[in-house]
Write a protein that binds this ligand. Structure first.
Ligand code: HXC
Length: 518
């Protein structure tokens, strides 16, 4: 090659121009906001030296701009490429806020759709590191079409490759639907926000004052809306957590998640499990204590921790293999099922099912939350989602009933007749149509009304109900559960049950798709 030739010189000049494009001044602007640059994010995310950028030199669409101007930059404000994370191929894009606010023009969008299509073809996860003012105003409808193509690709890839969004700055307007359509959303506290209409519009339309953080900050989306699944205090920790998170997931829907050898430090038999559920059925405990004694040491990665905390969801490993955990949390609202926990559980279960991740359910649920708000807001419709998701899932499904399993909630939480594969119960389990107080009040209303000592009578009847009905033995003797087990043996039992289900194969009737109650 003639290194002094015209093209080679042009090649060098372009490289030089590219270097100047990303000036230290711009980096400083990001740093001052507590943010990293897109390049820094990419290099933190990928295994050292493995990221290969493509389309580095594409320039914005050259159609005439009637309003404002489009900067003629290389790359059009987004980095796209592929590399290795924990040794596995992953595709990613990172928006560059310092170029036109990371706004999405036509070419910017085409770079993203190109990488989306590659990720789908290769069966590899795709990660979007988002920091953008949304649709590029100057490019008008062309940028809207760009968003539409991105949305369409996400939907086409849904359930085939894991798609993860990390919000590291603004995500405003319709642009929020790009992360919302992906499987998991990570956000960074105080530097990222998502809203369909921002504080100015809220003020204009509703005359309400609200800051960006109050309206759509990470904390709000993690706690209240459920849009964000994981939040962290800074970008470094967000990216580190994301890398760990990926280690639980398969690259696609026909691969298994990576095997991470168990260090053997969790005993298969743990007597501590016998002491977790209090004797008093009205006393709370932390179901995460149960989870952590059953799964491999330190392997539980909780998702949506702050949202609908009455239902715990997350990934963990059992003897090195990824499983999904769904558990009622007696510590929060007594573990009751409500609208938010139902939708949280349903979405998590559907992800596990799409990606062949077996599901382990720990059940201690007094029922569905009563009340005008829940009924009027549609607990019937939303509770049905959880029911649908459990029943529809064909991955191995095991339930361990720890304590309360009353009414519809017993059925919903992966009961055998809903398609659960194994159902175990601890001796502390109470399996019945309803709790003792409700049952006594309904069946003995007259007797209680006529009694000289209704308090004593009720106490007696409640005790009788507990002894005769609210226990696991009737269900055990009639085969409605598979076995009452010693809590200490839970890990051992669950490991062998999942091993027995390793080759589970279910033929689903042919159809376009079911009609989940949305
Ligand atoms: C073009 C944009 C832009 C956009 C920001 N910029 N958003 N350029 N199109 N959408 C540019 C700014 O002009 C500025 O350019 C630079 O990016 C940095 O923006 P600042 O406003 O200076 O930064 P900051 O104060 O941090 O505020 C960031 C921001 C704000 C909150 C994102 O810029 C903003 O509100 N932008 C508009 C957000 C929005 O409403 N987008 C449309 C969403 S609707 P200079 O040259 O000064 O550096 C949408 C439709 C999608 O996206 C539809 C999908 C179905």
């Amino acid at each position: 090659m003639d290194l002094s030739g015209k093209n080679y010189m042009a090649f060098i000049q372009r490289q030089e121009a590219l270097k100047k494009q990303y000036s230290p001044k711009q980096a400083e602007k990001q740093h001052l906001k507590g943010k990293l640059t897109a390049h820094e994010r990419i290099s933190l995310l990928f295994d050292s030296g493995t990221f290969e950028e493509i389309d580095t030199f594409v320039t914005p669409a050259s159609q005439p701009v009637e309003f404002g101007k489009v900067e003629r930059t290389y790359g059009d404000g987004v980095i796209v490429g592929h590399g290795k994370i924990n040794g596995r191929l992953v595709f990613a894009y990172a928006q560059i806020f310092t170029i036109m606010g990371g706004s999405l023009g036509l070419v910017h969008s085409k770079k993203i759709t190109k990488i989306q299509e590659m990720a789908l073809k290769m069966g590899s996860p795709i990660i979007g590191l988002m920091d953008s003012g949304g649709a590029r105003i100057q490019e008008g409808v062309a940028s809207l079409s760009g968003y539409a193509s991105i949305f369409h690709n996400i939907i086409q890839s849904s359930g085939i490759i894991p798609q993860i969004s990390v919000i590291m700055g603004p995500a405003a307007g319709g642009a929020v639907y790009s992360p919302a359509l992906t499987d998991f959303v990570f956000m960074v506290n105080h530097t990222s926000y998502m809203f369909v209409t921002g504080p100015n519009v809220v003020k204009e339309v509703l005359n309400e004052d609200v800051s960006s953080d109050e309206l759509g900050g990470a904390e709000i989306h993690a706690r209240k809306s459920g849009v964000a699944h994981m939040i962290y205090d800074d970008e470094e920790n967000t990216i580190l957590a994301l890398k760990k998170f990926l280690s639980y997931l398969p690259s696609n829907n026909v691969e298994n998640p990576p095997f991470v050898a168990d260090d053997g430090s969790v005993s298969d038999v743990s007597e501590k499990l016998r002491d977790i559920v209090p004797d008093d059925p009205n006393k709370a405990y932390d179901v995460k204590d149960v989870i952590n004694l059953v799964v491999d040491r330190n392997s539980f990665f909780e998702t949506s921790e702050l949202y609908a905390a009455n239902l715990v969801t997350g990934f963990a490993r059992l003897k090195g293999k990824t499983i999904g955990i769904v558990a009622n949390q007696p510590k929060v609202l007594a573990g009751v099922l409500d609208i938010d926990s139902s939708t949280k559980g349903a979405r998590f279960i559907r992800f596990c099912d799409a990606f062949n991740i077996p599901i382990l359910t720990f059940e201690d649920v007094p029922g569905f939350l009563p009340g005008i708000y829940q009924e009027h807001a549609g607990i019937i419709r939303h509770g049905a989602k959880l029911l649908f998701a459990y029943s529809e899932a064909t991955v191995p499904k095991i339930t361990v009933i720890l304590r309360k399993a009353y009414g519809g909630a017993f059925i919903v939480m992966n009961s055998k007749f809903l398609g659960g594969d194994f159902s175990f119960a601890w001796p502390s389990a109470e399996i019945a149509v309803m709790g003792p107080d409700g049952a006594v009040a309904i069946l003995y209303r007259k007797e209680l009304a006529e009694s000289k000592n209704p308090v004593e009578l009720k106490k007696e009847l409640v005790k009788k109900y507990r002894d005769k009905i609210a226990n696991p033995f009737i269900a055990d003797e009639s085969g409605y559960i598979d076995e009452v087990i010693d809590p200490a043996m839970t890990r051992k039992k669950v490991i062998s049950a999942f091993a027995a289900l390793n080759n589970k194969w279910v033929k689903v009737p042919a159809r376009k798709h079911g009609n989940m109650p949305l």
